[in-house]
Design a binder for this molecule. Sequence first.
Ligand code: COA
Length: 289
Amino acid sequence: MAYVQPIVSSDAVFKDDIFKGKVLFCTGGGSGICKSMTEAVMRHGADAVIVGRKLERLTQTAEELSRATGRTCLPAQADVRHPKQIQEAVAKTIEKFGRIDFVICGAAGNFLAPISGLSENGFKTVIEIDTLGTYNTIKATLPHVRASKGSYIHVSATLHYRGTPYQVHVSAAKAAVDATSAVLAVEEGPHGVRSNVIAPGPIAGTEGADRLTPKEANGSMGPMPAGRWGDVKDIANATIFLFSDAASFISGQVIAVDGASEHLRPTQLPYPQSVLDPSSMTKLIKARM
Ligand code: COA
């Protein structure tokens, strides 16, 4: 029988208080992977501000994370596409906590659409959320991250390493995020700032995986060398490590957290049927087309 890699909680590996006195600023922290990353950083001593468009969900998550970790989590409503709104969220963070040590650029948008069926505005929207949103977040936080000699993690993807059908918008946006992180690492390294990218593979139970897995795949994303799907805890553990001093010589890197699945990833949609007849996909795709 194949060996299945266990899911491990960060508490079992890292000291409780390694982030004591630190402050995290996380875009997209209201749900999914970024919520789990925030919780893990808080469990190891940090306070946090989570940023997103939906205030009700943010507030609920912030209360939940504060209760679960004994630290303080504040919601800040902002759309990463608007620099002024992100600047206001940063100002709120500084007013409350006086510093920012860690930044997670995680706000993202995604849906399945072929180039032939994706409007110019649809392409632009995802570039604006993922790429410009990342840049706006970096610009607004950088003076504070420099002051604390802190660290960035950008949440990217693995799908742009190859030509993934129906993912042109996200592929272009995430490639730009990876490139932005590398330049940030090089320019800001001499100021004591690090920047890395986490590229999650298929992570079970997230909105992204749910939207991107066609119904026909029945939850499968192809062969899994680790014997299982990823868990949000796997991304959280990588986050703890990359923000910790143990990673002080790791910067400018893109780290896939995917159990090696990218090496074997098939196209998720039937090929070439999905590109020859996009209309046949509507019944398979959960997201709206
Ligand atoms: N297929 C094709 N085009 C789509 C689409 C889909 N499933 N969803 C949105 N678009 C297009 C819209 O048609 C519109 O273009 P148009 O003006 O030419 O018609 C453009 O994208 C903007 O859409 P809109 O819904 O007005 O943008 P928004 O700013 O409110 O939201 C998203 C954009 C990406 C956040 C939205 O599609 C969404 O809510 N996605 C799901 C949530 C998500 O992505 N979570 C992250 C998972 S990783």
